[in-house]
Design a protein around this ligand. Structure first.
Ligand SMILES: C[S@@+](CC[C@H](N)C(=O)[O-])C[C@H]1O[C@@H](n2cnc3c(N)ncnc32)[C@H](O)[C@@H]1O
Length: 241
């Protein structure tokens, strides 16, 4: 009951402040161990929900060398790998899908990751609460494609969301994007390249496509799925102008 209340409260805050959130929030029924992690672990590492101005450094002890944000971490595989490989970095993940959150919590517990914080809701809400130029990396990996024309406004990489990401990124920061959906790849490529704040990161192709995959870019679950299905994911790296 406590979990249900906690999550519902977050979800209703999310919708009231930022408009509708599209996509699934719940999937398969949770097992008792998963409910237990939501009850005990999530409150310890959750980002405070009731703030309009959040100092992200204050979320971590000791103070991190940098702060990274993953938007829509899904099952949390990429986030957990990054947190394990960079214990000095504070990694914040946003994800409204409860079954994804419990999957990340399992990895946090089993791998003893002290540098992970979770915003169990809409990333737009967190972006708005963050101060300017506070993040060294933002990840938007395999966002929902919303292929139908009438749903295009649901895609995350809208002009306004890109402006919000640009505002919170540090001048030396990096914005990493990926997808395996042909239409979405082209659309996001255009969105970011025509946005006045971004430019392709050095060493990438003319529109930011990654030519040589950085060693510190682990695969996410959706990337693994795409590769198994024989699709070719496209990765992008951008910086601020
Ligand atoms: C296709 S999945 C990809 C998950 C993961 N990034 C991966 O590559 O495996 C997209 C995820 O974005 C999440 N998402 C959708 N809208 C979001 C929002 N406004 N804020 C945060 N996450 C969101 C969905 O719940 C979903 O888990």
């Amino acid at each position: 009951v406590r979990v249900a209340f906690y999550i519902e409260e977050i979800m209703s805050d999310t919708t009231s402040l930022t408009g509708r959130l599209y996509g699934r929030r719940k999937g398969r029924k949770l097992r008792p161990r998963q409910v237990d992690r939501l009850d005990t672990l999530l409150p310890q590492i959750t980002v405070p929900q009731d703030v309009t101005a959040l100092d992200p450094v204050s979320l971590f002890t000791p103070a991190p060398s940098a702060i990274w944000l993953e938007i829509g971490f899904g099952g949390g595989e990429h986030l957990a790998e990054q947190a394990a490989a960079h214990p000095d970095v504070g990694v914040i993940g946003c994800e409204p899908f409860l079954n994804g959150i419990v999957n990340l919590l399992k990895q946090v517990e089993e791998r003893n990751l002290a540098n992970v914080r979770v915003h169990p809701g809409d990333a737009r809400l967190l972006l708005d609460a963050l101060p300017d130029a506070c993040l060294s990396r933002v990840f938007l990996l395999f966002p929902d494609p919303w292929p139908k024309k009438r749903h295009i406004e649901r895609r995350f990489a809208s002009h306004d969301n890109l402006s919000a990401i640009a505002r919170v990124l540090r001048p030396d920061g990096e914005f990493r994007v990926a997808s395996d959906e042909a239409q979405l790849i082209l659309w996001m490529e255009e969105q970011v390249n025509t946005h006045p704040a971004f430019r392709p990161a050095p060493g990438t192709g003319p529109t930011g496509r990654v030519l040589n995959r950085p060693t510190d870019w682990p695969q996410s679950r959706y990337e693994q799925k795409a590769l198994i299905a024989g699709r070719d994911p496209v990765l992008f790296r951008f910086q601020l102008k």
